[in-house]
Write a protein that binds this ligand. Structure first.
Ligand code: F6P
Ligand code: MG
Length: 456
């Protein structure tokens, strides 16, 4: 049940795995320790201080293991429900393996579970998120793009009302199509602001990454190297007539990306294309910027009650507040549902979902369309292995396309790591290898790939 191509590993010097395991992960862990020390310095209660110091010691041990290429040990029983999921995988496949010679995807995920363990084994700090400050801070520095979207989308979608009798069914559908394509791209490029890669972003850098104007989107469409957008629309426009009309988002990053996801999801509800949206987040701090329940609540509440954007005009603030209120109302009405299955924070690729999380697979089977956001989800869909760039997406995602009950899947991913599939030819990739050597990690290129799934 594995693909025929080798998985990337830390010792593959040609791969981004090498720099990640050797340099990026220790840097990220060092910053996590700094954050925890900052929190330590703000404490006054002795029990909590002593407890937090132990967390910092465990993080120091993790740093020694990570940089000293220690053998991957089982996760200690911290009372969390995902222990069997992790330790079974270690026992079955990775005994005696270390951070460098086990598959990159597993080793990197394992590092985040070990980081969680540093806190989950404490008394007072079980849910502490070492990346929370960073996630909030980046959103607060995204004001320009945030207000551009909030002022534009605060009023519900009502093409038909504005155009009265002139709004023929065909015109409405065309307007819906254009809006859908634009918002799919907003949602896609929202993925370029990933904190694990862009550690020291200036406000200018953020602005550049987040410009959402129409012209900009037309220009960026040519950077979508595998582009199933037209097919995606053909699928989505049929959803309205389905009894369920359910769309799922397997989320990636918090803050601005999540905000873009929600703007898109709001349109899907407003236009009637979907009746319910299920959002899937992570149970604990994951790959630096991924969405947790706390990030979800923070975003909606800061939009309604926060004072993040000091220089904003009253009109801007009001648009954000209104949008936030609408989204919270969707949640109350059950139109938006936030979920967090433990499988999303495991070391398994999605090729193993049917065997390791059958309940989740069945749950996704009932969806009409599942969006997988971002680079990591794409790596997990494709087994993070060296498949040729021309490999069809259906083939690259194995059982997630071919198993009975496989849902319709769309991967919206800006390219930030080695695996690239779904291109029309291998030459496209070879040309970029020559002309733009960093193209696989820059986030400048993307794929929008669709798999129709298979009826159960
Ligand atoms: O460490 C590499 C990585 O796993 C890549 O997938 C990407 O660079 C980043 O971390 C996560 O990106 P994203 O937030 O888009 O999944
Ligand atoms: Mg992420």
């Amino acid at each position: 049940n594995n693909p025929p191509w080798p998985a990337y590993r830390g010792y593959h010097e040609y791969s981004f795995a090498h720099a990640t395991m050797g340099v990026r992960l220790p840097t990220i862990l060092g910053k996590a320790i700094d954050d925890t020390i900052r929190t330590l310095n703000e404490q006054w209660d002795e029990d909590k201080i002593v407890d937090l110091l132990k967390c910092i010691e465990r993080m120091a041990d993790l740093m020694t293991d990570l940089t000293g290429k220690a053998v991957l040990r089982p996760i200690v029983d911290d009372g969390e429900g995902d222990i069997p999921l992790w330790n079974k995988e270690i026992a079955k496949y990775f005994q005696g393996k270390n951070f460098i010679n086990s598959p990159w995807l597993f080793a990197e995920a394992y590092k985040y579970r070990r980081l969680h363990e540093c806190f989950s084994s404490s008394k007072y700090w079980k849910d502490y998120d070492v990346f929370f400050r960073q996630k909030c801070d980046t959103f607060s520095r995204s004001s320009e793009a945030v207000f551009e979207l909030s002022t534009r989308f605060v009023e519900p979608w009502k093409y038909a009302e504005i155009h009265g009798d002139l709004a023929s069914a065909q015109n409405i559908l065309e307007a819906e199509r254009l809006m859908f394509l634009e918002l799919t791209q907003v949602c896609l490029w929202g993925n370029s602001t990933d904190l694990s890669l862009l550690i020291n972003l200036t406000e200018e850098d953020i602005k550049k990454l987040q410009s959402t104007g129409g012209e900009h989107l037309a220009a960026t469409e040519k950077n979508i190297l595998g582009n199933h957008l037209p097919r995606l629309w053909e699928t989505v426009k049929e959803l309205r007539t389905k009894t369920g009309g359910r769309i799922d988002f397997v989320l990636d990053n918090a803050g601005f990306e999540l905000y873009c996801d929600c703007v898109f999801a709001d349109y899907l509800i407003q236009s009637g294309l979907a009746k319910t949206i299920h959002f899937h987040g992570k149970r604990f701090a994951w790959f630096v910027s991924d969405v947790t329940r706390k990030d979800w609540d923070w975003l909606l509440n800061t939009m309604v009650y926060g004072e993040l954007f000091k220089d904003a005009s009253e009109v801007d603030r009001e648009s954000l507040r209104k949008l936030g209120l609408r989204w919270k109302q969707y949640e109350r009405e059950g139109k938006w549902v936030y979920e967090q299955h433990p499988f999303w924070c495991s070391g398994y690729t999605f090729w193993d979902m049917i065997t390791e999380a059958p309940d989740l697979f069945l749950h996704l089977s009932r969806s009409d369309l599942v969006f997988f956001k971002g680079d990591l989800n794409h790596r997990k869909l494709t087994y993070d292995c060296a498949a040729p760039a021309s490999t069809p997406f259906d083939e690259a995602i194995g059982p997630m396309a071919s198993a009975p009950g496989a849902p319709t899947i769309c991967s919206l991913r800006t390219i930030k790591s080695d695996v690239v599939v779904g291109l029309e030819s291998n030459e496209i990739a070879e040309k970029l290898d020559n002309e733009d050597p960093g193209w696989k990690i820059s986030g400048k290129y993307a794929v929008v790939l669709l798999s129709e799934g298979r009826p159960g």
